[in-house]
Design a protein around this ligand. Structure first.
Ligand code: UD1
Ligand code: UDP
Length: 380
């Protein structure tokens, strides 16, 4: 029996780790433990509830307007006691948040091997996304097992000289999506049941990245305001991240418009089902760039670069940048020009086939001698 501890703290990590924690829990020779830093509190708890997960450890570190220093320091020091008490054989971290880096560093200090889920994503610009590019690069150095979603992610690691323990598994977000989207889903947010998804076009918006704070976010919000004013037949639905910086930017630009709906963050079930019904997605989120293509929804990415080029290559995601004029023009084109829209609106799955968690659990069992062969790579 081996003890595997999954460590996560924010909403996207929780959504992408939940199906893996469940898969590990089903393995007879694995004891699956779960430690949350709660870098996010409310936005994490809704995910835990949606997937019926109860953490074994909860560091409860979140503060209002927290800094990178406090998140990292509190997560790192909090992990010491947890690791000393639980003594896992393997620590799993996910992605590129401050929790990811601090969790991996804490495990390294305790000389416990680290598995990195969603490994190998890179922009090669250390300030964009910030601080995520550095978090995931450092985590890659600390990790012993690397679970890469795609071939390009694996190739990044190989180029960096990381050859051992690299598996190509697909992204666990596609595993999660398989369990959440239902054609007969009923929303508990009344607005989402009332929207006319066929008669009017619903545009789903999210925006939260630190490197977009300040002028880029203001430019994006101005573009959204103009879109709503110039195209009154379109409904913008924007679940606003709880960060006070984001709340202020969204409300100061977008309050008072009848066809803009600034709502609370949605739970993951509502979010995935809203995305499945929406016409278009405008976002700077990493996770949405993976989910929307699988659901056949075109995406304009509100960033200068992306570490997820696969769906751009497939033609369903386009980099829009953060300039007001470009964001406005590209969104307007997709809303008014049917041919442009149809070219992008195809379901593609460059990020996974829904079996990533099984491959990751198999790879862990292989690493610890509980299985003779490694899993077959995902070939997508
Ligand atoms: C974090 C991650 C980012 C990830 C994002 C997902 C880092 C440095 N950043 O950024 O990579 O894309 O999560 O959403 O790890 N807040 C609440 N309640 C919550 C969550 C946040 O009130 O449930 C507020 C708090 O005031 C908090 C602030 O939002 O201080 C910012 O949260 P933080 O985790 O520092 O940054 P994110 O922008 O969420
Ligand atoms: N999400 C959600 N509710 C929301 C906004 C996003 O459940 O109101 C989900 C979304 O479907 C995706 C994940 O949260 O699975 C993405 O999180 P976020 O955009 O916060 O972070 P990122 O992926 O950019 O790190």
């Amino acid at each position: 029996m081996i003890k595997v501890m999954s460590v996560f703290g924010t909403r996207p990590e929780a959504i992408k780790m939940a199906p893996l924690v469940k898969e590990l829990g089903r393995r007879a020779e694995i004891q699956s433990l779960c430690c949350v830093t709660a870098q996010h509190r409310q936005m994490l708890d809704t995910v835990l509830e949606a997937f019926s997960l109860t953490p074994d450890y909860d560091l409860n570190i979140m503060e209002a307007r927290q800094s990178l220093y406090t998140i990292t320091a509190k997560a790192l020091t909090g992990m010491q006691g947890v690791l000393e008490e639980a003594r896992p054989d393997l620590v799993l971290v996910h992605g590129d948040t401050s929790t990811t880096f601090a969790g991996a560093l804490a495990a390294f200090y305790a000389q416990i091997p680290v598995g990195h889920v969603e490994a190998g994503l890179r922009t090669y610009d250390r300030y964009s996304p910030f601080p995520e590019e550095m978090n995931r690069t450092l985590t890659g150095d600390l990790a012993d097992l690397h679970f890469c979603p795609t071939a390009a992610n694996r190739d990044n690691l190989l180029r960096e000289g990381i050859h051992q323990g690299v598996f190509r598994t697909g992204n666990t977000v596609i595993d999660a999506l398989k369990t959440t989207v239902r054609p007969d889903f009923t929303f508990h947010t009344p607005l989402l049941n009332q929207l006319d998804y066929t008669g009017r076009r619903v545009v789903l918006v999210t925006c939260h990245r630190r490197e977009n704070y300040g002028p880029p976010m203001a430019h994006i919000m101005s573009a959204l305001r103009r879109l709503a004013q110039d195209l009154p037949e379109v409904e913008l639905v924007y679940p606003v991240h709880l960060s006070p910086v984001v709340q202020e930017a969204a409300h100061s630009h977008l309050d008072g418009l009848a066809n803009v709906h600034l709502i609370e963050p949605l739970d993951v079930l509502e979010m995935h089902n809203l995305m499945a019904r929406a016409y278009l997605v405008l976002t700077d989120s990493g996770g949405l760039q993976e989910e929307a293509p699988a659901l056949g929804k075109p995406v304009l990415v509100l960033r200068r670069e992306t570490e997820r080029p696969e769906a751009v290559a497939a033609g369903t995601v386009r980099l829009a940048g953060t300039e007001e004029e470009t964001v406005y023009a590209l969104a307007r084109e997709l809303l008014e020009d049917r041919a442009s829209y149809e070219k992008m609106a195809r379901a593609v799955n460059p990020y996974g086939d829904g079996w990533a968690c099984r491959r990751i659990a198999d790879a862990i069992e292989y690493r610890f001698g509980l299985r003779d062969d490694p899993p077959e790579d995902w070939q997508g």
